[in-house]
Structure formats: C-alpha cells, structure tokens
Design a protein. Structure first.
Length: 180
C-alpha cells in the first residue's frame, strides 16, 4: 500500500491545511480505509540543501537491517561535526548483538549509497559540504541517554518522541561508545 501525507479541507473555510502526518493505508473495511500512523512528514535535516527526510532514513534502516540481519535496541541518524569541522551523517546504533566489523563497513557503504540516491544529498557530498556516512557504536543506555539529553534541552519527558532522524550535531559527546 502507499504512504500518504494528510491534508484537511472543510466547508467552513479551513482550506488545504497540511497536518504533516504520514499514514499508510493497511486495508479497507466497507470501502473505508484503515490506516497506520507512520510519523511526521516535517522532520527533515537540511544543513546544506541535502534534504534528508526521516521517513526516507527509516526505510533505509529497515531495508539494510533486514538485509544484514542486524538488530539494534537504539538507533538514530544525525549530522555530526567531526574533527576538522567537516559535517557527516552518523548512524548512532546500540546493537543487540554486535556484528562483525566487515558487515558494519558494508552496511555503512550501502547506507551511504542509498542516501546518495537523494539528488540533494549526493550533490552536497560532491561539493564536499558533507563527509562520508559514519557509524558510532553506542555501548549501552542509548534510549535513556537520548531521553535525558532531550529533557535537558528543555523538552518535558512526556513529550519526548524518539525520532530516527535527529538534528543535534553533538550526539557523540553524549553517548558512551566509539566510531567504528
């Protein structure tokens, strides 16, 4: 089934209001669509014009985790300012079972290849505005660390949602772990 972005129009003057909700039609019941809420459509990282969207990132993670049989208890993708000032996207992953290094390297290359299918991301890479995708292995407490950091930034704990795509440039300073 297809993924849709919801737009509302009413007879009372409410005209084409975009909710930024992504839904997927699962099936129909008496011609009425039954839908799953997938997330918000407005979470896009766009530091240099690369336009990386959360739903796109989620599809890449799902596809590659299935391909490489990787299981993770925590993961996000975030742009990160690395040594020398270059910004690269980094997969912050807490593995359930740590795969061999060769698989991680191939996973990283495949992830980068998928991101580069996005014309805007690819163009930023060609211009040297973005570095190659990296993987940061989170040792433990990934979700707890994420919640604590977002809470310290001012968000109430009850309002915190785990976004697969996050725009904080310094997650590597918050998680216990290392680049692979």
């Amino acid at each position: 089934m297809k993924v849709y972005s919801v737009v509302i129009t009413t007879g009372g003057g409410f005209y084409r209001y975009k909710l930024n909700d992504l839904i997927k039609v699962k099936r129909f019941y008496n011609k009425v669509p039954l839908v799953d809420f997938l997330g918000k459509d407005d979470n896009t990282s766009d530091l240099f014009g690369e336009k990386v969207n959360e739903e796109y990132v989620k599809r890449i993670f799902d596809q590659l985790f299935k391909k490489y049989k990787i299981q993770a208890s925590f993961l996000i993708l975030a742009p990160t300012k690395l040594k020398g000032g270059l910004i690269s996207y980094v997969c912050y992953i807490q593995f359930d079972k740590i795969p061999v290094f060769k698989i991680i390297k191939t996973f990283c290359n495949d992830f980068e290849e998928e991101l580069r299918k996005n014309y805007h991301y690819d163009y930023c890479r060609k211009l040297g505005q973005l570095g190659k995708l990296q993987v940061f292995r989170v040792n433990s407490n990934g979700l707890q660390t994420y919640i604590k950091a977002v809470n310290l930034s001012g968000q109430k704990i009850g309002n915190i949602k785990l976004n697969i795509l996050n725009k904080d440039l310094e997650w590597y300073k918050k998680f216990s772990g290392s680049f692979m």
